[in-house]
Every structure is written in structure tokens, then in C-alpha cells.
Ligand binder design. Structure first.
Ligand code: SF4
Ligand code: SF4
Length: 171
């Protein structure tokens, strides 16, 4: 089937009005002086409240991790970047604890599924995003490093706000 091209009017054939219209749009944006770039790293970028950055393991009031090594985060993780070894803490009030807990942040896609799957609110993605490095091993976050990441959260917000799920967590 042959498609008929619409006939252009004399005005449209001149092209000049359309060029001028395009230039007017450019000039209009220029004279508005609306800043669209941020001067990072001199001025830190303000992230939205639901931003998903570097992980942290939330602590109990005594400083120990809330994690009970249930492995739900590990199961929910689509990138397979969480690894863990569970152990008996020798404390009758806690069934298991993570002897080893690691996240390979180079594989992580920051989906937040681990946070959602956790029944104890033991893991959270913080707003921190400045963790670039030239060394591959720096992106392997061990349990100690994940606990240390609590420093990226304001003092009063480090302990989980959710106090439920006592079935899983007896603090
Ligand atoms: S944010 Fe997503 S990809 Fe990253 S560790 Fe959690 S579940 Fe896995
Ligand atoms: S889901 Fe929560 S409690 Fe279970 S292993 Fe992961 S971080 Fe620990």
C-alpha cells in the first residue's frame, strides 16, 4: 500500500517559523535560570526518604545484631548476593544467630527485598550511597561492617522502630 504524504502548506514549507519556534523554546529555558544540575561532591545530593542505599544490620539495644539467621532475606534475594552461616548462640532465649553474614554489594541490585522479607526488621537499606572503591574486596560487606554501617543513620533511629515479631525475636 502506498502511503500518501500530507501536503505541506507554504508556511510549513518555509521551515523558518518552526526553527524560530524551536529557538524560542531554548531561549525560554535559558532565561528561566532553573538549576538542573547539582554540584556534587561539593554539595551532597539530598536523596528521597525511600532511597535504597548501603545496607546495615540493625542492632538490639545491647548492641548485638537483631538478625536470628532465619535465611529469609537470603531466600528472597534475587541477586543471590547474601551468604550466611548460622550458629547456636548458647543463649536459650535466641535460637540462632549469624556467625557469618555477608553481602556482596557488587552483585546487589538494591531492590530492598531482603528488608521486606525480614521478620525481625534486622536489615535495612540506609540512605548512604558514597561507598565507591577501586578494590573489589571493599564491596564485600561482612557482619561487622554491616553493623558499623549504623553510623550512617542518625543516633535516635538506629534501633528498629518496629517492636513486634516477638515470636522470632526475644530481646
Ligand atoms: S537489596 Fe535486593 S539484591 Fe540487594 S541484598 Fe537485598 S534482596 Fe539482595
Ligand atoms: S531475614 Fe532478617 S532475621 Fe532472617 S537472616 Fe535475614 S536479616 Fe537475619
Amino acid at each position: 500500500m502506498i502511503t500518501q504524504r500530507p501536503r505541506l502548506s507554504l508556511w510549513q514549507n518555509l521551515y523558518l517559523p518552526e526553527i524560530l519556534r524551536g529557538m524560542w523554546i531554548t531561549i525560554r529555558h535559558m532565561i528561566r535560570f532553573k538549576q538542573v544540575t547539582c554540584e556534587y561532591p561539593e554539595k551532597p545530593h539530598a536523596v528521597p526518604a525511600n532511597f535504597r542505599g548501603l545496607h546495615r544490620l540493625i542492632q538490639r539495644p545491647g548492641g548485638k545484631e537483631r538478625c536470628v539467621a532465619c535465611e529469609l532475606c537470603l531466600t528472597a534475594c534475587p541477586a543471590n548476593c547474601i551468604s550466611m552461616v548460622a550458629a547456636d548462640p548458647g543463649d536459650p532465649s535466641v535460637e540462632k544467630y549469624p556467625l557469618r553474614y555477608e553481602i556482596d554489594t557488587l552483585r546487589c541490585i538494591y531492590c530492598g527485598f531482603c528488608e521486606e522479607a525480614c521478620p525481625c526488621d534486622a536489615i535495612e537499606l540506609t540512605p548512604h550511597y558514597e561507598f565507591a572503591s577501586h578494590r573489589r574486596e571493599d564491596f564485600m560487606y561482612t557482619k561487622d561492617r554491616l553493623l558499623d554501617n549504623n553510623r550512617f543513620v542518625p543516633e535516635g533511629e538506629r534501633v528498629s522502630k518496629v517492636q513486634t515479631n516477638e515470636t522470632y525475636l526475644r530481646v
